[in-house]
Design a protein around this ligand. Structure first.
Ligand code: NAD
Length: 481
């Protein structure tokens, strides 16, 4: 049985309550673990608060050394961690392995930055006086993580938080806590002082809520749905906590008539169906110029219809498995409802549009990769986030039309333009209402670049050196001689 990790120890919940994590591919029990409550969260918060003084005064060089070592310890267990992630999340083994690799890269990135934090010396008009800006860690940080990329999205919070000298309580999604727990045990084995990094498992509305309301927590890094993010902002900002919100998205991808079609087809295919479409930065609306529409769609449909859907654990022996199950029954029902709504409004199913048939699919939450045409703009598949393998495709006659429709969403996370024309590129980079624009490039979150959203996709940034700014408070100092 898995345990939570609090104050340097693997522990059960205060009440002794437990719950099970089930494999989305077949319903098997992956493991049993503690069902924490607000008292468990308080234990972890208190431990993190107690550890803050020592950790924030540990030299940046030493913090970096521990983080580099932590990344190595996790890397050494990559295969078994990837298997565990595959079984609890549903993504194919190779994708799970890639996620762990991304975690390793991210922790290394922030370890490298730990000793590069700079302040400022400021001349002042007052006689015999000068100013300084020093940068102080905030204290206890709550890291609230969703189930779609449990490890990388935990790393994007833990890496900069620890590098900057903060302590952390991680709250993984209830359905994907197991790999997180093991990774956090390994990070602690690198030699972190007790209480610097903790993990509490249990329901978001109980454990997560305690992180939001507890006054000892000074920073909340939240990734999840926009509706939950709104609640997080209301509660946590009400207590003047520093908050970043990485929320939902409905990324548009625009393909102009001069684009490299073969590359753009791959970009749309991987960009939409990676992780069974359960990615914030996935391609969720595809806008194709009229003159390339038919050829592009034919090529995309040919390739995607060759996808093999199945249990991601079989991928090692059967590398053709490209897509695992959806993560939960609810997630699949939501995609089914969005497809039904679009078809009811006149959309045409080009491929997919149903659960795959066969005994091997009966116990899991499988759904076929689906492409829809003629989808009205007021359909749920356009107005809502589609968090699954569902791609609505639209015909446009100009860049102006594409940009206007791309921007006609409450979301503003990622976006992409595919063209060789510099005027088109500059126009799209300038006008797309999104935190990120990829030009002739797959929608992907690099550690080196800030990532985040505008509008209902949230505020604040993760990734990049910029992420450190959200874990450090500038302090103005005036020194008079
Ligand atoms: P979710 O909002 O349901 O849950 C996210 C986390 O919040 C979970 O750990 C959950 O337990 C916790 N939570 C739930 N209620 C809470 C409460 N009252 N207080 C505190 N915590 C609470 O999201 P999800 O379904 O796990 O994730 C999918 C969503 O995440 C999608 O909308 C996706 O686009 C978004 N996402 C965004 C990014 C990004 O970087 N912008 C990245 C990945 C996922």
């Amino acid at each position: 049985m898995a345990k939570m990790f609090i104050a340097g120890e693997s522990v059960d919940s205060v009440t002794g309550a437990t719950y099970q994590v089930l494999n989305p591919a077949n319903g098997d029990v992956v493991d049993t673990l503690p069902k924490g409550n607000a008292d468990d969260a308080r234990r972890a918060i208190d431990a993190a608060e107690a550890a803050f003084e020592e950790w924030s005064h540990t030299s940046a060089e030493e913090r970096a050394k521990l983080l580099f070592k932590a990344a190595e310890l996790v890397e050494a267990e990559r295969k078994s961690l990837a298997e565990l992630l595959c079984r609890e999340q549903g993504k194919p083994f190779q994708e799970a392995s890639g996620e762990l690799e991304h975690f390793h890269h991210g922790i290394d990135f922030y370890a490298g930055l730990a000793s590069k934090v700079r302040g400022a010396h400021v001349p002042l008009p007052a006689k015999n006086a000068y100013g300084m800006v020093i940068r102080k860690p905030l204290g206890v940080c709550g890291a609230i993580v969703p189930w779609n990329f449990p490890i990388t999205l935990m790393g994007t919070k833990v890496g900069p938080a620890l590098a900057a000298g903060n302590t952390v309580v991680v709250k993984p999604a209830s359905t994907t806590p197991l790999t997180t727990i093991r990774v956090i045990e390994l990070v602690n084995q690198a030699g972190l002082p007790k209480g610097v990094l903790n993990v509490v498992t249990g329901p978001g509305g109980v454990v997560g809520e305690e992180l939001l309301v507890n006054p000892k927590v000074r920073r909340i890094a939240f990734t999840g749905e926009s509706a939950t993010g709104k609640h997080v902002a209301e509660v946590a900002c009400g207590d003047f906590k520093r908050v970043t919100l990485e929320l939902g998205g409905s990324d548009p991808m625009i393909v102009c008539d001069d684009a490299d079609i073969a590359k753009a087809v791959t970009g749309a295919m991987v960009g939409r169906f990676w992780n069974a479409g359960q990615a914030c930065l996935a391609v969720k609306r595809l806008y194709l110029f009229d003159s390339i529409y038919d050829a592009f769609l034919k090529s995309l449909a040919d390739k995607v219809s060759r996808y093999e859907v199945g249990d991601g654990m079989t991928r090692a022996e059967k590398p053709k498995i490209r897509m695992g199950p959806l993560h939960t029954a609810v997630q699949r029902e939501e995609i089914e409802a969005q497809v039904k709504d679009a078809v009811g409004r006149g959309a045409k199913v080009l491929i997919g549009g149903a659960r795959p048939e066969g005994a091997q699919y009966e116990r899991g939450f499988f759904y076929q990769p689906t492409i829809l045409e003629n989808v009205p703009d007021d359909s749920r598949a356009v107005t809502e986030e589609t968090f699954g393998p569902l791609l609505p495709v639209f015909r446009v006659s100009s860049l102006d039309e594409a940009l206007e429709r791309a921007n006609g969403s409450i979301y503003g996370l990622g976006s992409s333009i595919w063209t060789k024309n510099l005027d088109n590129i500059e126009s799209a980079v300038d006008r797309l209402q999104a935190g990120n624009v990829w030009v002739n490039s797959l929608h992907y979150g690099y550690d080196e670049l800030p990532f985040g959203g505008v509008k209902a996709s949230g505020f604040g940034r993760e990734h990049g050196p910029e992420a450190l700014d959200y874990y450090l408070e500038p302090k103005g100092v005036v020194i008079t001689r």
